[in-house]
Design a protein around this ligand. Sequence first.
Ligand code: FAD
Length: 306
Amino acid sequence: PELEAAVTARRRPALSYELFPARTDTTFERLRDTIAQLETTAPDYVSVTSRTGHRNLARVLELTDHVLHETDLRPLVHVTSIGSSRAELRTVIEALLDRGVRGILALRGDQEEGHDLEDDEIPFARPLVDLVREVERARTAALAGGRMSVGVAAYPHRHPESPTSQHDLEVLLAKERAGADFAITQVFFDPAEYCALITKAREAGLRMPVIPGFVPATNPRRLERLAELSGVPLPRDLMHSLETARDEAEQRRVGVRWSVDLIARVLDAGAPGLHLFTFNRHAESLDVLETLDLDRWSATTTGDDR
Ligand code: FAD
């Protein structure tokens, strides 16, 4: 029985937090504190966003290096293709890999209206996945036989430029065929949208895990901005409750409760984990986790299937 206990572990749903690079040294100090607070929940990784054209590359590397060397966390670094040449992207991917990064989220990035693609610009995320795998093959010695983990974006609510959700699904399947290992979703507020995506994706043969992305929905202004950027409509009941809340403390209580209900329904439906868009704030994310109690969804596993 002791041996059995030793090889039996509780497998918790995957947990990750999204952070954006600091813009100043002062905000970087605050971010370090946020990361230390989030680390207490033992996330599987933290993701580091980046901006189109890598104008903020130095800040992305600053945050990545902090995560790599001053915490016990693993970074998943976002790389966006729009606004950079193929050669520049290759250099960025090589630099990440050489620093010790083993996880990349391959994204196209948001395209400004009227943006004319340069000849050597990678227009979609799928060929960027190809490029990451190409760099990986050329660097097998540095990886010592290990492998890069490559993630991509998925859209439970249609991507604003996509003609149909079916098109989104074809794109997701193509990204998996190109070598993606997992996907993280854009925010959504209706669990049925996530479930419909998973059902259709599995029927179409998608195998990789699709981690749902959530925002701790406590600040109405931040939510409006998010809806504007993502094209995802906001739930009226939530917005009404947040706007009529007496003060920030009540907004936080209402928003955390609402987010926890949404996440619980999606985990109940079988989602493999959760990714929290933190906006570089730890308080709301920690509230969500504490109220959620992820252990409720932990599966007991044996050494064989770990
Ligand atoms: P793609 O998969 O390339 O899709 C983009 C559009 O092109 C879609 O409409 C798709 O249907 C269409 N398309 C794709 N391939 C083809 C094809 N072969 N033919 C015709 N149409 C095609 N943005 C940032 O700038 N920085 C970040 O750090 C960042 N992090 C994100 C994290 C997550 C979890 C998510 C979900 C999004 C993130 N974004 C980020 C936003 C993302 O860059 C945008 O949503 C962007 O508009 C699309 O990126 P994508 O990788 O999904 O692109």
